[in-house]
Design a protein around this ligand. Sequence first.
Ligand code: DP6
Length: 354
Amino acid sequence: MTSATAIAHPNIALIKYWGKADETLSLPATGSLSMTLDVFPTRTTVTVGEGAAVGEGAAVGEGAAVGEDAAAGTGAAESADRDTLQLNGRPATEGELARVTKFLDLVREFAGDTRPAAVVSENTVPTGAGLASSASGFAALATAAAAAYGLDLDTRDLSRLARRGSGSASRSIPGGVAIWHAGDDAASFSETVAAPPLAMVIATVDAGEKPISSREAMRRTIATSPFFPAWIPSTAASLELMVAACAAGDFTRIGELTESNALRMHAVIQGSEPPIRYLTAASTRVFDVVAGMRAHGLEAYSTADAGPNVVVLTRPEDAAAVAATLSAEAGIAEPVIALPGPGAYLVGAGSDES
Ligand code: DP6
């Protein structure tokens, strides 16, 4: 039995990934760029070995009934040739388990190993609220699974692997500000780029589930939004400008590009048929309050993923003032300040042949 535990953090894109060029390989239609956060870590343990699927994985120390719970919760018979998944202390749903098994199948193919695994994951990202919990989730899973199955991957190859679980997870493998390149399987990896000091203030306006997953919404956008063809060259151009602005340390330009790219993404999404709207009146209110901050000399810019929550980009020294203004003027209960976080890392790997 071999187990490994990894920690990864979510990332928020300044230039968004929206749309795949290849669904099977999870290749993006365009490159994107994000900041990995130092808050909301996901911690995932993968245990590979005979009997892992019927509860021995629990011997790793995170709950004795992993396999049994999963089997009971899904109605599936206990079986040693089946992965199990425990999420935040509960057995995963069939759908969640299927996505993880599909990912582990890939790892097993690379490792030439057919044994199932027990996966235990603790995720502190507010799930389903547009904060991309799949990014930290699959980055941690890729890192832990690669180690547990004995694959020795560098950051580049690990980011390519994480990409296959969820596109944005690729960017949570390297730390800090990361670019995820568009391209073929070999070229579509993520790496850290130089950037000036940045901070993000997370304004949670609604912690509920999003109405439609980003995966599904991307498909509908590609199939029906007349604006999608324009999104691709526009984002590619913005990414080039963003990389240059980061290299030059030009915070104002970084902020302007961030807000305009986010609004363009939401415009493309809203152009779908039937339409998809992630931003609510409360989200728009935050955009307005942030514009007001700028008008009063407090430099901040808004972005939002596939959900109603708004993330405000600012300088680290202005983050507390931005958070206070979001509370006072947009009614945000507890804005969370995040700085650039680390890349995904292993916290323990072990082998027990007994
Ligand atoms: C709006 O990475 O969750 O957050 O590849 O289908 O798993 P899949 O999608 P996912 O999409 C994230 C979309 C986004 C923008 C971004 O993070 O760049």
